[in-house]
Design a binder for this molecule. Structure first.
Ligand code: FES
Length: 191
């Protein structure tokens, strides 16, 4: 037979057990919830990073116009004829950024203003060269000829040399290099 003192001890013991069990369950639930929150946050972060990575080429395409440095604008003030320059610019191919170089000529347009001409022949894409002794650009491939301002003089090219967009900023002449469709009479931008 259990007397009332022993009975009280047993009841006390059970109350402690139940408090301990409740405590463990509460701690376990809290740890579980914390783990759940961490996993969800990590999943969302990785998911977002993955989406940004996949769509990067789409929004990177519209990251703005790239201007390449051609030279100090006063460098060309006294030039007697077109001046050859090599410019560097970056293009994006999917996730890759490709740095390219191209030849351009700084010359004066028919209005006397500085302009930058692409050295790519608008006939089939060969590189034209300035022939100072002849006073004109000559294409080595099919004999296309252009005046110092880029206008078409002779040969198969259907238009003059392509004039590139330029700006002068802080005394520097900048150009936006572009490619144009070949063998068509008007200047049509490709990229
Ligand atoms: S590529 Fe220049 S004339 Fe044909």
């Amino acid at each position: 037979m259990i007397n009332s003192g022993e009975n009280d001890n047993i009841l006390d013991g059970c109350a402690q057990c139940s408090a301990k069990v409740t405590n463990q369950v509460t701690r376990r639930s809290f740890a579980g919830a914390l783990l759940g929150i961490c996993s969800s946050s990590m999943g969302a972060f990785l998911g977002l990073s993955m989406v940004r990575y996949v769509i990067y080429p789409v929004y990177a395409k519209d990251s703005g116009i790239q201007w390449s440095h051609v030279g100090d604008s006063n460098e060309f003030a006294r030039a007697e004829g077109p001046v050859s320059k090599t410019i560097t610019f970056a293009t994006r191919d999917g996730w890759r950024e490709v740095v390219s170089t191209q030849s351009v000529y700084v010359s004066r347009g028919s209005d006397g203003q500085l302009q930058v001409l692409s050295a790519i022949c608008p006939h089939m894409g060969c590189s034209v060269g300035w022939q100072a002794s002849q006073g004109k650009f000559v294409c080595p491939c099919h004999g296309g000829q252009f005046g110092p301002d880029g206008r078409h003089l002779a040969g198969p090219p259907p238009r003059g040399l392509d004039v590139l967009p330029t700006q002068v900023k802080d005394g520097k002449l900048l150009v936006q290099f572009q490619y144009f469709r070949s063998n068509v009479p008007t200047q049509q931008t490709l990229s």
